[in-house]
Design a binder for this molecule. Structure first.
Ligand code: ZN
Length: 430
């Protein structure tokens, strides 16, 4: 049998024991080696030896992106500089960038986690992986490549954009896997269709990172590219980078690497756990990270746990796809809405495509209005627009409890992006 990157854990009890050991190691490590964490723990009146069970995690203080900004340029650092072999940073302006340090062990752990993603997606050493995400100080390109090499497959590093070269590589190198953002995946699917390349390429799988892909986007990519699977890979610079989980071929949820980190799903307002299966903010505590460990780090990403064992039988638990960021959540007429809810309704409606925009306006009557612009499908009939729009408006009212006007626009009318597409346009001023 070939090498596996899956954990050698067979039961929930073993997994919990691994988590407790990791948690205790982490709290001791940060308390001893990081002034930042020591101060935080002291303020909260908690000592490492108070952590006797997994439940005791609730005694620990939270860490936020503000802490990372205030600690710039080397926040959360818990090892001496001579042990740091690399840094990565998120995009953003100086002082706002989140910078994270890595020891050699951190890099090795990340490579193993990423190789595990590819293994979960069914890749082997025979696969050829076209890495069409950004290379640079951020974690994307180098992370995807690290994982390919750790697995032993062939990496084809190209970066985002450059559609002509992407198409040429797909054809000439017979890439079997494409890693990109969902927006870029859509762009590629449309190009392959337009250029009539479908029969000349060997693509079998897509791995979509950095932004949420919708059901409609995945369906379109599968149809136009003729691939068997589209996977979602979550990723956060603060938590190594992309590669910390993946849905398996059953696509029942995203398996996450619970032997490397603890995931809590908390109500963003009360910071108490939500019942299993309900939406909340992902809060992460790392179990082995040396250089910049996370203790109850508030990611602002919204998701829910999927409280069941996957059909694949893996012991690794699952969370849902990311449903947006708690920061992206907007309030209209006193209702909290995140774009993923709108996306979900559009994805389940025939006659409209995957591209949409949400516009928020305040009119002279002082009230807020929401307009959703969505593209008709490529071969859709404009005569059906009014009926489809009306159906969508009713569905939105029923599911989200807010009225919105739906405008159906021509296929291709909304801008395509190689990076993340902007969905919400809030024109209400302050
Ligand atoms: Zn599974």
């Amino acid at each position: 049998m070939s090498k596996t990157f899956m954990p050698k854990i067979r039961t929930e009890r073993e997994l919990k024991r691994t988590q407790l050991e990791g948690l205790q190691w982490t709290v001791n490590h940060v308390y001893k080696n990081s002034e930042f964490y020591q101060n935080k723990f002291d303020e909260a009146g908690v000592k490492p030896n108070h952590i006797k069970s997994l439940k005791d995690i609730s005694k620990l203080p939270f860490t936020t992106s503000k802490d990372l900004q205030e600690g710039y340029p080397f926040p959360l650092r818990s090892v001496p500089f001579e042990k740091i072999v690399r840094i990565h940073a998120s995009s953003g302006t100086t002082g706002k960038r989140k910078v994270l340090c890595y020891t050699q062990k951190d890099i090795n752990d990340w490579a193993n986690m990423f190789a595990r993603c590819y293994e979960m997606a069914g890749l082997t050493t025979k696969d050829r992986v076209q890495v069409a995400v950004g290379y640079g100080v951020w974690t994307a390109g180098v992370g995807f490549q690290l994982g390919v090499e750790r697995l032993g497959a062939m990496a084809i590093p190209i970066g985002p954009g450059n559609i002509d070269m992407q198409c040429q590589f797909l054809e000439d190198f017979q890439s079997t896997v494409l890693c990109s953002t969902a927006s870029m995946g859509i762009l590629m699917a449309e190009e392959v269709e337009k250029r009539g390349l479908r029969q000349k390429i060997a693509l079998k799988k897509l791995i979509m990172g950095s932004e949420r892909s919708s059901d409609a986007q995945r369906k379109k990519m599968k149809e136009l590219l003729g691939v068997d699977h589209v996977f979602d890979i979550p990723g956060l610079t603060e938590l190594y980078g992309p590669g910390t989980g993946l849905d398996c071929i059953y696509h029942e949820g995203i398996h996450y690497w619970a032997d490397y980190y603890i995931l809590e799903i908390l109500n963003p307002e009360t910071l108490q756990p939500v019942p299993p299966g309900e939406i909340g903010e992902m809060v992460i505590t790392t179990l082995r990270k040396e250089a910049a460990p996370l203790v109850r780090y508030r990611t602002r990403d919204l998701t829910k746990l999927i409280p069941k064992r996957c059909s694949c039988g893996s012991i690794l638990p699952m969370h849902d796809r990311l449903l947006g960021r708690s920061d992206d959540m907007f309030i209209i007429r006193a209702v909290n809405i995140y774009p993923g809810q709108i996306d979900h309704i559009l994805s389940n409606t025939k006659g409209v495509g995957s591209e949409y925009q949400i516009h928020l306006d305040r009119k002279e009557d002082g009230k807020d209005y929401m307009t959703i612009k969505v593209e008709r499908t490529e071969r859709g009939n404009p005569a059906e627009d009014p009926a489809i729009a009306k159906g969508l408006e009713e569905e939105i009212k029923k599911q989200i409890l807010v009225s919105g006007k739906v405008e159906i626009v021509d296929y291709g009318a909304l801008p395509r992006s190689e990076r993340k597409s902007k969905r919400v346009f809030d024109n209400r001023g302050i």
